[in-house]
Design a protein around this ligand. Sequence first.
Ligand code: MCA
Ligand code: AMP
Length: 492
Amino acid sequence: MITLLEKAKQYTNNVAIISNEKQYFYRDLINQSDSYAKLLLNGDKDLAEARVAFMIQPGFDYVKVQWAIWKAGGVVVPLCLTHPFPSLQYYIEDTQASIIIVNAIFAPLFVDYCKENRIRLIIVEEENTIIETAVPSIDLSRAAMILYTSGTTNKPKGVVTTHATIEAQIISLVEAWHWSSSDRTICVLPLHHVHGIINVVGCSLWSGAICEFLPSFSEAALFNEFSKGAINVFMAVPTIYFKLIAFFEKLPVSEQEKIKTAMQSFRLMVSGSAALPVTVMEKWESISGHRLLERYGMTEIGMGLSNPYLGERKPGYVGLPLPGVQVMLADEQYQAAAIDEPGEILIKGDTVFTKYWNNPKATEEAFTQNGWFKTGDIAVIENDYYRIMGRNSVDIIKSGGYKISALEIEEVLRTHEWINDCAVVGIPDEEWGELIVAALVSSNPMLDTVQINQWLRTQMAAYKTPKKYIILNELPRNAMGKVVKGDIKKLI
Ligand code: MCA
Ligand code: AMP
């Protein structure tokens, strides 16, 4: 029995979701996901962990489909709305998805592909015939979701979580951040990552609260919703707070006052997914009157550390272990680091993922012999609070809260006929956290990087493409022939 879906029965007459200016009750979510589960089952007893990929805009239909897949015994594979087809194809083929569900506007991308590959394509806006079937009983130990995350390998890896993992991730946050049925939040985050799916949507619906959706992030639309005075919980990445501050500063004073007043009724504002610059935290506090609660998480572990809801929220720190999460700092041999010394964050607990999809080698390498998950993030404890110092890989870049693999971009760049060699690095940036920059070595003296960038966008999401390029005669290398990315960063 999936507790999240069972709990919804306590709140049948509460509003669950507001999207496209319509409100939907918990009973709508329960009833409509039930019928949709039957549509997916198509007369079968159980989807038996078949992967169901879906590309649906944030809102009621997204959650209805997600719940329906779970009720029918499938594994949800949410797709990013801005990825070009080659990226989508990778996720579909890697998970061997047998059903794809999409909004009508995305359907043209999939029609021929699904026909050729005998994948069942369902378009959300179309009427479908439902075969009456009983929905299966789902054990919490079954796989529930696969989210893709970039790492130190060039292709993103699928992170598999079970219903029990998702439940543990939600329970930990609901307790730590005092979620209740009187809360109302607004989601502006993409729904193919933990931050949006678990922290915002999962926690609010678990609690019987209201989850409102904006189709995508927009400063004006968000402040407009804030001004109505009903929202009291908000979660975002540092780049969003940076953009909101920049937008706010340009508003007329009367508008600013209105927004400031409305924000007084919030009970919680959270920042995470990347380091929150202290300047952003301070500016936001002066505008909103709220000290952001910064927390630390990762696709593989959900949330691990958080500043306290009631205690002191320290700028520059990610706080203390969350309920149910064991945290340890380790040296290079994965032994406990000496007190006051930095170490790699290791995590254990029910909130940790099960495995990388179809990748036993990567799964084995991700854990120590004692079962601790190795995050690759380096931290130090100062007066009980954890402070993140960096990562143990230069090949992972965090831009606007998205984790991006430098190796993935380099791999694609190298396939271009004009590029002989390349190296991609992340450069510190107040707005994006890190700015993606590519150093190129080319045989073409007229190399046009605008054209290179346009071509790259047909291969991968635009947000992964470099914001700057530099052209070099050769890449700096050490005695072993390895590219020295630190030297490239210095050059930039
Ligand atoms: C958009 N652009 C970006 C990014 N996003 N460039 C670099 N990095 C980005 N993250 C570029 C677009 O390609 C486009 O470029 C231009 O910005 C405007 O695009 P638009 O889509 O309008 O941008 P936006 O709506 O302002 O998006 C910024 C954003 C977005 C809202 C900050 O990046 C975002 O939603 N980030 C959150 C990601 C997230 O949820 N991460 C959580 C994963 P051009 O104009 O050149 O075409 S981490 C996680 O889940 C763990 C567990 C955790 O700890 O939370
Ligand atoms: P992802 O794999 O997309 O889930 O990104 C997880 C990574 O985001 C972590 O391994 C950290 O490097 C980074 N991260 C998340 N929250 C924070 C934070 N508050 N401060 C610094 N880094 C963070």
